[in-house]
Design a protein. Structure first.
Length: 231
């Protein structure tokens, strides 16, 4: 990892240029991730996962801009992450969305500086899809999950991600990581809640993917691999 520097004014300047450099319209009529993204059913029930996706895109974009202007990589802390997250109340718990946004922002920023391709999670290929988080045709249709189930799943995703950041991985094959996530979840007080360990597994796998692609400054070489595709 290169030397770390703190940048003030240039980042504000870059943030103002962002919509013009990347040809984006600052105002949007809808959220792509809940309308067209292959993981839209997941994002509709997990504010944490949804926030991570938004944060990853913004972090990757910021690093691209910094590289373009010849700025050196720095360590991204919570105070460096923009407060504007394109959050809407319908996305769910703002606190979990923000937590996911922060982790995603850090991962995207590191990936860009590491010259990694932009990653799009292949949620449906990583683990067997749950009846209410996939887009495959369902006989009779998949029922809408209750608020309590969604909250339990979302809490699990957040805690699973944090667990994945702290876990030493052995076998890096996806099904092995999923089993490891299940074992870690059963040790938590919330493991008996419906949906919690399902969310925990998704968050755990997401953390493994982030660590594998570009480790945080305090980590050594990545160990988990695979499965994602460049954007």
């Amino acid at each position: 990892m290169g030397s770390l520097v703190r940048v003030g004014f240039p980042i504000l300047f870059l943030s103002l240029l962002s919509p013009f450099l990347f040809g984006q319209n600052p105002s949007r009529s809808g959220d792509y991730h809940t309308l067209e993204d292959e993981g839209r059913r997941l994002y509709s029930v997990s504010a944490f996962a949804h926030g991570h996706r938004h944060g990853y895109e913004e972090g990757y974009r910021l690093a691209d801009q910094e590289i373009h202007f010849g700025l050196r990589q720095r360590e991204i802390r919570e105070r460096d992450v923009p407060g504007e997250m394109e959050y809407e109340r319908r996305f769910g718990d703002k606190r979990l969305f923000r937590r996911g946004f922060l982790h995603g922002f850090q991962a995207g920023y590191r990936d860009s500086y590491a010259n990694q391709p932009f990653r799009v999670p292949e949620w449906l290929q990583e683990v067997p899809p749950f009846a209410w988080t996939n887009d495959l045709p369902q006989a009779g249709g998949a029922p809408e999950p209750t608020k309590s189930l969604k909250r339990s799943f979302d809490d699990g995703a957040s805690q699973g991600y944090e667990s994945g950041l702290q876990t030493a991985f052995g076998d890096t094959e996806v099904s092995a990581l999923a089993r490891q996530a299940g074992e870690a979840c059963t040790a938590t007080p919330q493991s008996k809640k419906d949906g919690f360990c399902d969310g925990f597994r998704q968050g755990f796998l997401l953390a493994a993917r982030d660590r594998a692609s570009s480790p945080a400054p305090s980590e050594g070489p990545a160990v988990a691999q695979g499965g994602s595709k460049p954007h």
